[in-house]
Design a protein around this ligand. Structure first.
Ligand code: MRU
Length: 367
């Protein structure tokens, strides 16, 4: 499917996701599995197709799968309308589909958070309301979550750019506009600093096994005219040893009350390497990525993915049939390896239970 050329963020990076129409409309996703070779969009008109897109990583990145999940629930309201379900049956349908959407990927807390927040709107819909009201109300909430995320990205970018140390920057996975509803978290810190006139080289780990760094981060940076060097994940130690890296900055999928951070597999190793070489290690994430109900990193459910992602990456067999694999999608970096967490409110440093609570206080104050 083609989309208009105006559908882009700054730097001509195409939008990663868009709702088309009203409450009975549908979701359009940039199919990230096809990048960087092809720019193609997927139309999602059923909840199952949204779940498939989340699970096969056509849409990915913690904030963005949250937004996709919220729109997925609007799709569920459309399904209820087509089936002419009663008020109560619509509520049951929405709550079942919300459960399925929230469970599509277990590690990023943003997904369950955004789906839960969108579902909560149903409680305010009166029994006498026409069926279209479900779609309209859920769409208003999904659009609000999407717009908020855009603003959170901007604030994270501003706060982060102001404190980014001198030197080149090493990043992992993709945390840009392909992972969020705006211009990104960690990557937005980098692009904001660049837009403010800072000059540096960005080193992007290729991020095995699905190459989000090589395929997506490098693609975004090339589009924005920011110099990027892609390295294999195992070259990070030598790069840090070289002394040219001033900071390492990554995103997050879930941050516990104690500040342990689940993020793309390889992040933990990078944090250990950064510590060993005296390079500050930053995490950038919105408050929606904090899960204060989870105390420690060991309590986080880590998604395990298909063996073929390791044995047949990009369709090329690199390990023999019969070999077993270890393929966790994420790992957990303990708080004591993290110099600071950049949120939309500013920097949390050092990373402790107390500083996290204080740092998030303003997001919990009634607006
Ligand atoms: O499996 P993915 O590609 O969804 O993993 C994404 C990451 O780990 C990102 O670093 C994280 O979601 C933060 S995105 C702003």
């Amino acid at each position: 499917m083609n989309m208009d050329s105006d559908s882009s963020h700054s730097g001509n990076v195409p939008v990663s996701l868009k709702w088309i129409g009203q409450g009975d409309g549908h979701l359009v996703l940039l199919d990230q599995t096809r990048l960087p070779g092809q720019v193609e969009w997927l139309e999602c008109r059923t909840v199952d197709s949204v779940i498939r897109a989340i699970q096969n990583l056509s849409v990915r990145g913690a904030p963005l799968i949250g937004i996709a999940g919220a729109y997925g629930l609007v799709v569920a309201a459309g399904e209820a309308m087509v089936k002419k379900l009663s008020h109560d049956a619509t509520k049951t349908h929405l709550s079942m589909q919300a459960g399925k959407l929230a469970a599509a990927r277990p590690t990023a807390v943003n997904l369950a958070w955004a789906v839960g927040r969108t579902l909560a709107v149903v409680e305010s819909i009166s029994k006498n309301a026409e069926s279209r009201i479900f779609g309209e109300s859920l769409l208003a909430e999904a659009l609000a979550i999407h717009a908020e995320d855009r603003r959170l990205c901007e604030s994270i970018g501003q706060h982060g750019a102001a404190l980014l140390p001198e030197g080149d920057i090493l990043t992992h996975c993709n945390t840009g506009s392909l992972a969020t509803g705006g211009d990104g978290t960690a990557l937005c810190v980098i692009t904001t600093a660049w837009a403010q006139g800072r000059r540096f080289e960005v080193y992007a780990d290729e991020t095995r096994p699905l190459f989000q760094g090589a395929r997506l981060t490098a693609w975004e940076l090339v589009h924005r005219g920011i110099p990027v060097t892609v390295l294999v994940d195992s070259a990070a130690a030598s790069l840090l040893k070289s002394g040219r890296i001033g900071s390492v900055i990554v995103g997050a999928d879930r941050i516990t009350a104690s500040g342990d951070v689940a993020n793309k597999i390889g992040t933990y190793g990078l944090a250990i390497l950064a510590k060993a070489h005296g390079v500050p290690f930053f995490v950038a994430a919105p408050s929606s990525t904090f899960d204060l109900a989870t105390r420690e990193g060991s309590e986080i459910q880590i998604e395990q993915r298909h063996a073929e992602e390791v044995t047949v990456p990009m369709g090329i067999r690199v390990a023999p049939q019969g070999a077993k694999t270890f393929n966790p999608a994420f790992d957990v970096t303990p708080a004591d390896l993290i110099h600071g967490i950049i949120t939309e409110h500013g920097l949390i440093c050092p990373v402790t239970r107390e500083t996290i609570l204080r740092g998030l206080e303003s997001s919990r104050r009634p607006k």
